[in-house]
Design a protein around this ligand. Sequence first.
Ligand SMILES: C[S@@+](CC[C@H](N)C(=O)[O-])C[C@H]1O[C@@H](n2cnc3c(N)ncnc32)[C@H](O)[C@@H]1O
Length: 279
Amino acid sequence: MIGIALALGLILLGLLLYWQLVIAEGTYLGPRVVTLLYDWSARAYERIKQFDVGAEQWFLGIPLARALELIPAPLVLDVATGTGRLPRALLRQPSFRGHVIGLDLSRRMLCEAVRRTAQFADRLTFVWQDACHLPFDDDTFDGVTCLEALEFTPNPRAVLAELVRVLRPGGVLLVTNRVGRDAKFLPGRAFPRDEFEHLLREFPLEEVKVRPWQVDYDLAWAVKAGTPQGGGVRPLEEILRCPACGGRLNRETGPFRCTGCNRVYPIAEDGVVEIARAL
Ligand SMILES: C[S@@+](CC[C@H](N)C(=O)[O-])C[C@H]1O[C@@H](n2cnc3c(N)ncnc32)[C@H](O)[C@@H]1O
């Protein structure tokens, strides 16, 4: 009897761990666990994903470059950039002559991203920071993207609000929503297709389109409402904001320093702006 109870207990524990660590990738255990899991798997990530260059161009690079084609040098933010999948797909497009900022909370994923995007280094900046507190001014980017990541953040609605905040009116939003078999094990993180569309419509967005993409993800496109203004590549000093106090970040040589609270944000040897490592 005790043996059976023990075996059942072990099976339940195994199922619980499989749900929390494999299906949910730590999302209910907090950003530290999610980041730890991505730090551990960073070297293997692209081997596991097996991205197909043609499909990446067709579904991501080409349509995004086309959506931004009226802006001579667009500024794009890729939130939860991972190993730099979206920056690569976009920067490969000859018609895209802009700059991409890739942001992620896993420093090891960013190490991989730097390594895998070396050929585009002069048109790409990586920032180590949490998607929940984007260190940028309102209405800044011509395009904001976030692929296969919302469901791993503690509050996808709050992250969506951040993505929309930093997008300029007339700018393009490209995000994914988890669907498929495992989505039902991600309550509060993944949304049924029509619910996700309604959620996007709660924000100042128009031309919202949610389309099936991969087995596990829908792809959503939208445009930020309002009179199109600004746009184009700008220096980091102009757009970075201190996530702690909202102050402007200045840099002469060396790290960024907040003009409000004096926090220092280092720039690592590989060029990554380490906002998450405030000194
Ligand atoms: C499945 S990967 C997707 C990476 C990339 N967008 C892609 O499509 O290949 C999820 C990424 O989200 C990042 N991530 C998870 N939670 C995050 C957060 N709160 N802030 C920033 N990045 C986060 C992880 O570190 C990981 O790189």
